[in-house]
Design a protein around this ligand. Sequence first.
Ligand SMILES: [Zn+2]
Length: 376
Amino acid sequence: MFSRRAVIHGLLGAPLAAWINAAPAWAASDDVAGADMARFIAAMPKAEYHVHLEGTLEAEMKFALAQRNGLDLPFADVAAMKASYRYHDLPSFLAIYYDGMKVLRTQQDFYDLAYAYLAKAASQNILYAEIFFDPQEHLKRGVPMAAVIGGITRARAAAAAQLGIVSQLILCFVRDLSVESAMAALDAALPFRDQLVAVGLDSDEKDHPPVKFAAHFAKARAAGLKVTAHCDLNQKDIVEHLRQAIIDLRVDRIDHGGNILESPELIAAAKARNLYFTVCPTFSGTVRGDAPPIDVVRGMIDAGLNLTINSDDPAYMGSEYLNEVLVKAQAHSALTKAELVRLQRNAFNAGWMDEGLRAACHAKLDAFARAEGVAA
Ligand SMILES: [Zn+2]
């Protein structure tokens, strides 16, 4: 019902247009019920809150940007590059992720990257997105903050005007770099404060707890920004990290956070604050530890927590964007259509958007649910 086909022009046009307009995953399915569920998910109006812009840098675009910027890549072709995306934990994933973003050099590179994600999102009926970016990694390479935020901001405006998708931007601190590096990035970004909605915390959290960034969060809050933090699944000291984020720092949202299922006290605290969790089932869908594995999505729904489902770093996760992630999550966690609608209702409630847009998003979701005969 919100079928929008992106029109992409310019240097990166042809391969991007083919990728954005690729046949949906369910088209080849001969499973009638599965195809119906995938159709339902694709048509449902959606929002996304946990997607790293640099994690949407597809191999095809890396080659195009490397060529434009006169850089050599140590791969013969796209297939060889994609074959190198082998990781087994967060640090081994991050090594590939940070290496890949070295092709991003100019404002136009950030424009092309952001516009491509937003066009893909719009083609999947995502009405609204809040997007992470990691400026410290770009500042390290000598790319000015103005080029990073300027390119993304131009793309957000173009995508809103041309495709109708509204988006906002969340500056993430790379938690395994120094506190000085993070503060320098925040100071460099504050002149562009109107282009940001929040700060976040991502990357390798082993021995980098949320309280390391208390001063940064306080400064961001004083500038009127929201605060969110990754509490990635099954990391060292993860329940303590959740406690710091929820109790000590009183963050406005949690990214991942599935290990809260190990702490009835923190579940109660999160529910008392009506806290939202941006869950990404692709990377690791179960809480481990001593007890039998718990399905994060099902466990959090059953615990009465507010969660949304998101894609995280789709270019490094089999090019699975939100529709594909939702199809897998639905099957894995046996989600009903009513639960899928409720998850999107959560998503529209979770956003740091203006109330007029929120009401419009809810109205579209309500109309969709009525047309599908789903009471949610
Ligand atoms: Zn993430």
